[in-house]
Design a protein around this ligand. Structure first.
Ligand code: TRP
Length: 457
């Protein structure tokens, strides 16, 4: 039976689940996306709104997704269908499956770049960079090479396919146990070094001193998108992961830990990037290339920088892999559960779709000038995919998940699931208030404002 725990596999333990969910959440969203979106949206003020949104929207939506997933033991489409057969709710799941493929396609491009940068660091390309301009030039030469970009994309998709093929507990959990704490450790070392650079103070001020006059509707919309992206919410990833979770675990504490770990890593990454960025006079609004420009210039200045650099890019690639695995798992679970495909067939087919869809993104950081400047001078195909799937689609998804949990399936049903086998539902009334009122209303206002003003990007 598709719904039985035995045939679908389960996480081996609570800590296994937390690590797997944290592994999905922690990735390029924290280390690549968070710094560049913060840089584009005024720094500290963005960070402040981001943290508030994680607490008031991210955490409650995560609890909702996990409980729907665990209750139904299904993929997103199957879950909605099981609870409300022949209703339109299924569309939320279908959009989630498509969004998973959309995000995976451009995410794997950047993940491939981390492999490329791993190789570059090993061979010593960053042993003597001095200026931000040189570092920018190196990135441009790298990303403008269509063969390299597409090959690394292909390699990364293959790695993802291999892990997802191995199934749940064995394939996904194993990676996270030692490597994520190690990643945090190295980020802390880098942050300390970055803060000692000349001129780091300006960066810290940009990152930590909010200028409240800079808040715009767009800032808030970007912070919402970033929070959902970073926590893997709004498209059914956490729902799918919850479906492999045992009834014994407390969903509320699990969700709390995941949100906390995820936020700590993102905020710590900012302490690496911003002091160094200002010390080297790099433009904070540089977009997706930002961390690839800043990081090598840090490693070049650091004692034993080559070793730190190599280790860092390797760990980042692993963090990205545990996230791409969770992205691919959603369409795979859908085809396995709903269309009775074999796991092998689903994994290979969806990997192929993501690869083909990723090619234009891979060519849009310099290799093809049309794709690089698709929307405007600084906004290419990858940025467009990131905005559509990584921002708006997740926001819309989170809105419907909140409405579903708050009104359609209902907070009583959620509470019953959370309290299964005697778990305590901490902050239950607060959660009910947030999921029924704050989440849907805030998301609706943000999206309506963006639609009204047309400030999409
Ligand atoms: N959250 C991951 C990161 O920060 C990316 C990711 C994995 C994701 N699964 C997702 C984003 C589902 C949105 C939805 O790198």
């Amino acid at each position: 039976m598709a719904g039985s725990e035995i045939s679908r596999g389960n996480w081996s333990s609570k800590i296994g689940f937390i690590l797997a969910a944290a592994g999905s959440a922690i990735g390029l969203g924290n280390i690549w996306r968070f710094p560049f979106v913060t840089g584009q949206n005024g720094g500290a003020v963005f960070v402040l709104i981001y943290v508030v949104i994680v607490a008031l929207i991210g955490l409650p939506v995560m609890i909702a997704e996990l409980s729907i997933g665990r209750h139904t033991q299904r993929n997103p489409v199957g879950a909605f269908q099981m609870l409300f057969p022949r209703s339109l709710w299924k569309i939320v799941g279908v959009v989630g499956v498509l969004t998973g493929l959309g995000i995976l396609s451009f995410y794997a491009v950047i993940a491939g770049y981390t492999l490329g940068y791993f190789m570059k660091t090993i061979v010593g390309s960053f042993n003597q960079i001095i200026s931000g301009e040189q570092s920018t030039q190196i990135f441009q030469n790298f990303s403008a090479n269509p063969y390299l970009s597409v090959s690394y994309l292909f390699i990364f998709i293959c790695l993802t396919v291999v892990v997802v093929m191995g199934g749940i507990a064995a394939g996904i959990e194993r990676w996270n146990k030692i490597l994520m704490p190690l990643l945090l450790g190295i980020i802390i070392v880098l942050a300390i070094f970055s803060m000692t650079l000349d001129g780091a103070g300006k960066g810290l001020a940009f990152y930590l001193k909010p200028d409240l006059t800079k808040i715009t509707g767009r800032t808030i919309a970007q912070a919402l998108g970033q929070a959902l992206f970073s926590l893997s919410l709004g498209m059914g990833t956490m729902l799918t992961y919850g479906s492999y979770l045992s009834k014994k675990e407390n969903l509320v504490t699990a969700a709390g830990y995941v949100c906390l770990f995820d936020m700590v890593i993102a905020v710590a990454a900012g302490f690496v990037i911003f002091p160094a960025l200002f010390a080297m006079n790099i433009n904070p609004a540089g977009g997706p290339k930002l961390v690839f420009v800043v990081l090598p210039s840090i490693f070049a200045r650091m004692p034993a920088g080559m070793i730190f650099g190599t280790l860092f890019f390797l760990l980042l690639a692993v963090a990205a892999l545990t996230s791409t695995v969770s992205l691919l798992e959603v369409p795979v679970a859908y085809f396995v559960d709903e269309h009775r495909w074999s796991r092998q067939k689903a994994v290979v087919a969806m990997g192929l779709v993501a690869f083909v869809l990723g090619i234009p993104s891979a060519l849009s950081l310099g290799a093809s000038s049309v794709l690089t400047k698709l929307v405007s001078e600084n906004f290419g195909f990858l940025d467009l995919m990131n905005a559509i799937f990584g921002n708006y689609s997740l926001s819309i998804g989170a809105f419907f998940i909140a409405v579903f949990a708050g009104y359609q399936w209902g907070t009583t049903a959620v509470a019953r699931e959370i309290q299964a086998e005697g778990s305590v539902f901490y902050f239950r009334r607060l959660w009910i208030f947030l999921i029924r009122f704050i989440c849907p209303i805030a998301i609706f206002i943000i999206l309506a404002y963006i639609a009204w003003t047309g400030e999409y990007f």
